[in-house]
Structures are given as C-alpha cells and as structure tokens.
Ligand binder design. Structure first.
Ligand SMILES: NC(=O)c1ccc[n+]([C@@H]2O[C@H](COP(=O)([O-])OP(=O)(O)OC[C@H]3O[C@@H](n4cnc5c(N)ncnc54)[C@H](OP(=O)(O)O)[C@@H]3O)[C@@H](O)[C@H]2O)c1
Length: 230
C-alpha cells in the first residue's frame, strides 16, 4: 500500500532530495514549507506553504490542513514524519561574542518546532508510524571536540533529549522514533561546503529510515549507519 510521508523544510537541500527519494519510491509526500521553491513545485505533490515554524499561526495552519485531508480520506495516517527543517547560524565567534538572540532562534527552529510539529500531527501518528528527526552530530556532547556554535550544538542536543522523552510518551503506541545525522552536506546551510551532495545524503538517509523498527527505536544514527555516542 502507498505510504504517506510528511516532511518539513522540503524546499531546498536535504529536504528537497529526501522528497524526491520518496517520490521515486512511489510514496505520497506532503511537504510543509515556508516558501515552495520552483523545484519543489515541479514535483507535483501536496504542499502546505506559508508555514514559518517559529510562529503560533503555523501550527494552526498545519492542524487545519490535515483536518481537511482526514475529512476526505478515511483512516488517514502518516507512515513517516520527517522533521527536517533546521537553522544553523554560523557562529565561529568567542563565547563573549555569542549572540543570545541567535541562540534562541536556533532553539525555536531546531528544538521546539520538530516537537511541536509532531505534537500537532499526533492524531495521525498511530501504530507502526515512524518519526525521523534530522539532528546533527554537532548535538553530541561526547563528540564536541572543538566547542563553539553554542546555539546550534545546544539546540540539536536538546532535540535529541526532547525526542527521547517523546519516545517514552508515544513509543507505547507502537510509534518508532529515530535521530539522524545527515553528514556534512553541500547545502544552503553550509554555503555548499561538505563531503556529501544532498542526493548522496538523502539516499543514505532514505535507506536508514527504511530500516527503522521497534528493535532500533531511539537510536542516534550517523550517516554511515553507525551509532553516534550521545
Ligand atoms: N548540511 C549539513 O551539513 C547538515 C549537517 C547536520 C545537520 N543538518 C540538518 O539537516 C537539515 C536540513 O538542512 P540543509 O542542510 O538541507 O539546509 P537548508 O537547505 O538550509 O534547509 C533547511 C530547511 O529548513 C527550513 N527552515 C529554516 N527555518 C525555518 C522556519 N522558521 N520555518 C520553516 N522552515 C524553516 C528552510 O526553509 P527556507 O527554504 O524557507 O529557508 C529549509 O528548507 C537541518 O535540520 C540541518 O540542521 C545539516
């Protein structure tokens, strides 16, 4: 049966490529974006546009949109929710120059938004549904070799913790969760620097997410399939 995938931040980079992998897999993809790129529009999928995940209005729009879908489709469920949208404010600065406003902005997008999207879509996440969080290795405490990047590191680390708590709350319903580091990827976020193209990263993420099951619930996956230490 055709699977329903919901993905945030699908206009560019890893999110756009993950969307393409799922279309190739004949899945039905619903993209939630701030502004749909031309490339995303050309994929001819359902797009919920105008969603800035740092606003309260965004979640009302998501709720209304999915209520509409569920009215038209009996037993509508989401097979895989991919919380991909993220914000990296490049802060290669000494601690005393760290911007606390930037820190808060990254928490809003990287920590609160993925949990709030999941909370809003909870009515459609049922037994055997999966939730994939696109986190970062920069959120690993044990992997923090050179410091800095307070807002990004802390917000992804907090996402990992929030997801662990969420798994305690919804895991009993038979929902599987996972945390995925996409590698160092050539996207807008990295000014196109990186070891992997978005296509390469998305293929590996697609493969890893396909393997999500109850036995490997709540793992912190590296892009090569190994596990990252918290
Ligand atoms: N690239 C890497 O090396 C790397 C490494 C580790 C983790 N990651 C993670 O991978 C994910 C995807 O990043 P990417 O590399 O593909 O970068 P990207 O091309 O910049 O994509 C980030 C996406 O997040 C969306 N977004 C940002 N703020 C938002 C907001 N307030 N409301 C709604 N959407 C918002 C962006 O929307 P707009 O298009 O509207 O800006 C964009 O679609 C992120 O979670 C990132 O932290 C990336």
């Amino acid at each position: 049966m055709q699977k329903t995938i919901v993905i945030t931040g699908a206009s560019s980079g890893i999110g756009l490529e993950l969307t393409k992998r799922h279309i190739e897999n004949k899945d039905s993809v619903i993209a939630i974006v701030r502004k749909a790129s031309t490339e995303l529009k050309e994929l001819n999928i359902q797009i919920l546009e105008g969603v800035d995940l740092t606003t309260n209005e965004a979640y009302q729009r998501i709720e209304n949109f999915f209520t509409g879908i569920a009215k038209e489709k009996d037993n509508f469920k989401i097979d895989l929710l991919i919380n991909n949208a993220g914000l990296f404010l490049n802060e290669e600065v000494p601690f005393d120059e760290t911007s606390f406003d930037n820190m808060r902005k990254q928490f809003e997008v990287n920590t609160i938004a993925p949990l709030r999207v999941t909370s809003t879509l909870l009515p459609y996440l049922i037994k055997d549904s999966k939730v994939a969080m696109i986190t970062s290795k920069m959120g690993s405490i044990s992997d923090n070799g050179f410091g800095g990047y307070y807002g990004y590191r802390m917000s992804k680390c907090a996402l990992n913790m929030g997801t662990m708590s969420l798994s305690k709350a919804i895991g009993q319903r038979g929902i599987t969760l996972g945390l995925f580091h996409p590698g160092f990827v050539q996207t807008k976020m990295t000014s196109n620097q990186g070891d992997l193209t978005p296509t390469e990263s998305s293929q590996r993420l697609f493969d890893s997410m396909s393997k999500m099951n109850k036995e490997n619930n709540m793992k912190y996956w590296d892009i090569d399939g190994s596990l990252i230490h918290w």
